[in-house]
Write a protein that binds this ligand. Sequence first.
Ligand code: PEP
Length: 250
Amino acid sequence: MRKPIIAGNWKMNNTIKQGESLVSDILGKDLSRDVEVVICVPFTFLDRASKLVTGTQIKLGAQNMHWEEKGAYTGEISPVMLNEIKVEYVIIGHSERRQYFNETDETVNKKIKSALTYNLTPIVCVGESLEERENGKYKELIESQVTKAFEGITKEDAVKTVIAYEPIWAIGTGKTASSEQAEEICALIRSILEKLYDADTSQKIRVLYGGSVKPDNIKELMNMENIDGALVGGASLKANDFVQLVNYKL
Ligand code: PEP
């Protein structure tokens, strides 16, 4: 049984004060115990957020990290620094990082390995652009992204990861992939994992969908066999919406 995850990606939103208020609003509501709840907040809020969520159901995630432990990497944050403030998850290879910050399949692979070394759960993002979807090459692209991301990673480590399928054309656009489109690629990702590892391993890895997930489409998405949760941008910034996503079964 794969436990569902609802993970919020706050992106570059919320000051510490705003973050405190959002976390307190979320914690003020009942959250389904059957779901793993994660918030991936800006670096500046991580330390404070860590204190606020300790002892609650909410788990903390970062939105990026460097693969090295320390050194001359101006502006970067290391996995050791994330460990120090009890961060448990880290988003790796979000399309915005690939698009604006030159993140490549190779750096994604290094970051996943490093996250696993430091006991952080990587949420590995893959997904195609609109152009790639329209030219029909998107399945090859997903296969290439997943294969390169997991290069050199053992199956014992692979099962500790989470993958998020996020079609770029559906992120922040209000254009959700239909549940059938999302399921098709999440199932494809599982079959790629089966090829890379084996059936048992592929059945253990959680595959999320991300791209304009909202309270009115979450149920349909979660009904799909290979969708184990959602990575949520916009709707994670509103306590009511986020809690409705967490409570999608109710
Ligand atoms: C995301 O940033 O990972 C995302 C899916 O954003 P949104 O939900 O706003 O489309």
